[in-house]
Ligand binder design. Structure first.
Ligand code: ATP
Ligand code: MG
Length: 447
């Protein structure tokens, strides 16, 4: 196929007929985050390469293998953002948000770019809903962050997710742990992939996250960081669990979770599904107490998570989770002739002003073709206007589901439409599977 009509490998169009799913997930996530005090930020899609090298960590897979990096025409090294946190922290420092009341609670919907092997649930451009809570060391913040993730996934009615948590300690306890890890991997060095052999000296923890089958097999029996936690980290982790229990949030401790980005400290967590194969993590995050000072700010304990929107959609589709109905037109006006078309223009204008979705045929086709079009669009009601209707000022409003027709005056179309559509909706209303008794609501005795 010609390149001009082919999307780049690993990228995906969301077609107009499907976009309501993305919109639903995004609106739900933003809405719930707002209830936890988060405000949205919008940062650029690209940053100085150095930000990610420093922020994500230059021994990570993301930086070593997956970044879209190029020189712009001014000779700057630019990278398309592979994740959202580094950019948010950059903006937090640059714009002085660090001087406002802490914690700063910030959320975002970002497109992210990673040069990975495309497969189900793994794209080269994907989208994340993420949150960052900057400026709190309290274990209550860790628990509340997890509660926020739980609340979003529950509201979206995602099922069979397991929440796995771990603590990967702080630089103090990690020194001991790195020693033990190095010792373990040194005796198996020959079998490790080239990248991991190089990681052995600088950052042996990264080997635990390597996707190569041989490395991950070796990593299975490696020492786990949770056995090396210092007193402070141990206590922090216990407190987080105490709060999670108080919040009735189920979790398991999985000592194998380390996360793929360098900046994490203490609590890390993932929401994992078994229903969509290997790419089962739909939400992941944790604490990053060292990132803000790594990027030049004051020491600012912080934490956050990101959800993969495409993965969530995939999972929700697999589970037949409920998406709201796609928006369909409330009214389609079929118009025949010039006068009728002018009347139709007036009607759709008035209807839209009242918040309805109202359409007419821009191509002014035959009545039959317009009817077919209205049908295709799943319009709830239609109305046919010809010379006769313009003259008498009366037309028939047809409910396209039931076929029921009701006369309606064109002069007062919108209020007529309200009356007819509302009374039909009320008649259809069921509450808990039972027809709702309106008479009783208004205290009307039916007899
Ligand atoms: P994985 O282990 O699957 O590669 P990760 O640890 O690299 O994930 P994070 O950097 O934590 O992922 O990103 C947070 C979330 O973003 C992931 O849990 C996932 O839902 C989503 N995500 C990450 N990479 C991709 C990708 N290439 N395509 C689609 N979604 C992704
Ligand atoms: Mg990855």
């Amino acid at each position: 196929m010609a390149l001009v009509t082919k999307a780049v490998k690993g990228t995906k169009d969301v077609l107009p007929k499907d976009v309501y799913k993305n919109q639903y997930i995004e609106a739900t996530a933003l809405d719930i985050a707002e209830k936890f005090g988060y405000k949205e930020i919008r940062t650029p899609s690209f940053e100085h390469t150095e930000l990610f090298q420093r922020g994500v960590g230059d021994t990570t897979d993301v930086v070593q293998k997956e970044m879209y990096t190029f020189d712009d025409k001014g000779g700057r090294s630019i990278t398309l953002r592979p994740e959202g946190t580094a950019g948010v922290v950059r903006s937090y420092l640059e714009n002085g948000l660090c001087n406002e009341t802490l914690p700063q609670k910030i959320c975002y919907i970002d497109s992210c770019f990673r040069y990975e092997k495309p497969q189900a649930g793994r794209l080269r451009e994907f989208h994340q809903f993420g949150v960052e809570c900057l400026g709190t060391a309290s274990p209550l913040a860790d628990a509340e962050l997890i509660a926020l993730g739980t609340s979003i996934l529950d509201t979206l009615q995602v099922k069979d997710l397991s929440l796995e948590i771990n603590s990967i300690g702080c630089p103090t306890c990690r020194a001991e742990y790195h020693k033990a890890l190095k010792e373990y991997f040194l005796s198996r060095k020959d079998k490790l992939c080239q990248t991991c052999r190089e990681r052995l000296d600088r950052n042996p923890m990264r080997i635990l996250d390597c996707k190569s089958p041989v490395c991950s097999e070796i990593a299975k029996d490696a020492p786990v960081v949770i056995d090396y936690l210092c007193d402070e980290c141990k206590e922090h982790f216990e407190k987080v669990q105490e709060y999670l229990k108080a919040m009735n949030i189920e979790y398991t401790v999985n000592p194998k979770i380390v996360r793929g980005l360098d900046y994490y400290t203490k609590t890390v967590f993932e929401f994992i599904s078994k229903s969509i194969g290997a790419q089962g993590t739909v939400c992941a995050g944790g604490r990053y107490d060292g990132l803000v000072d790594e990027l030049g700010g004051q020491k600012t304990p912080s934490l956050g998570f990101a959800m993969g929107i495409e993965r969530l959609i995939l999972l929700m589709e697999t589970q037949n989770a409920p998406f709201p109905d796609e928006n369909v037109p409330d009214l389609f006006v079929v118009a025949l002739g010039d006068k009728a078309t002018l009347k139709a223009v007036e009607i759709v204008k008035d209807m839209r002003a009242e918040g309805f979705t109202a359409l007419l045929d821009l191509n002014q086709r035959s009545v039959r073709a317009q009817m077919k079009y209205a049908d295709k669009l799943n319009a709830k009601f239609n109305i046919v206007i010809g010379d006769n209707e313009v003259e008498t000022g009366v037309a028939k409003l047809k409910n396209m589901t039931t076929g029921e027709e009701t006369e309606i005056a064109l002069e007062t179309f919108v209020s007529g439409f309200y009356n007819i559509s509302l009374s039909e909706q009320l008649a259809d209303l069921e509450i808990n599977g039972e027809e709702f008794d309106f008479a009783s609501l208004f205290g009307v005795n039916e007899e």
